[in-house]
Design a protein around this ligand. Structure first.
Ligand code: SAH
Length: 222
């Protein structure tokens, strides 16, 4: 039996010294969510290596632990928030977010859209096994169109990189909410940006970091 807790604590120690993450809630979420339950069983010994892992044979990846934790920071999460994620993949990022927004029975919820049917099933199975199926709903479809049924959202996160922010996602964001997205072409580094909707007609852009994500597909993708 691998000592996952010790590995997690080593990583947290490293991130803390590097100043990667400011919000301690992000570390609590990382400790709480079993990453090993979101990857194929034969790779579980790699669960806490700090690099991305393949998502079955779909060509998609589950981001490295440091990236998933930095995303929690970028989102400025709080219990009770309603979140829309584009790209459920394994469901791991959605579970981390849920660990904060739905902590201690807070009424927060994560809606996560996935375009690859096989990954929809994979994410649902993983979330159920890890105990997050009440706090996360996985929806099959093109996430660039958003999910009007449950809008507006406090936060929107895209875990795939596209050329521009899909307009439906801005529309479904509530005023004062933020959207975090890697902007750029696939195969190169992209720019992680945060967009704050300050009014129905005004968006303020903030640059966060350089990142590498898989391409965003769909109507407003690449
Ligand atoms: N957040 C995931 C990692 C996502 S990798 C995790 O924690 O494991 C990016 C994912 O985005 C892939 O699963 C890919 O299939 C999905 N994707 C790409 N374009 C999409 C779109 N338009 N709508 C929904 N999902 C999309």
């Amino acid at each position: 039996m691998t000592d996952y807790k010790a590995r997690k604590e080593q990583l947290i120690d490293h991130y803390r010294r590097r100043g990667y993450v400011k919000d301690e809630k992000a570390f609590d979420a990382f400790l709480q969510v079993p990453r090993e339950k979101f990857i194929p069983e034969k790779m579980s010994s790699s669960a806490y290596l700090d690099h991305p892992l393949p998502l079955m044979n779909t060509g998609q990846t589950i981001s490295a632990p440091h990236m998933t934790i930095m995303i929690l920071d970028y989102l400025e999460l709080a219990p009770g928030q309603r979140i829309l994620e584009i790209g459920a993949g394994s469901g791991y990022q959605a579970a981390l977010i849920a660990a904060i927004v739905a902590a201690d029975e807070a009424p927060g919820h994560v809606y996560s859209i996935e375009i690859v049917p096989k990954l929809v099933e994979f994410a649902r199975k993983n979330l159920t096994q890890a105990g997050f199926n009440q706090a996360v709903t996985v929806i099959e479809g093109d996430g660039t169109l958003g999910y009007e049924e449950e809008a507006p959202y406090d936060r929107v996160i895209l875990t795939a990189a596209g050329p521009t922010v899909p307009p439906p996602l801005i529309k479904q964001l509530r005023v004062n909410g933020t959207l975090v997205m890697p902007i750029g072409r696939p195969g190169l580094w992209q720019q992680m940006n945060r967009y704050r909707k300050v009014s129905d007609t005004e968006i303020v852009e903030e640059r966060l970091s350089s990142v590498a994500f898989v391409p965003l597909r769909g109507k407003y993708g690449v």
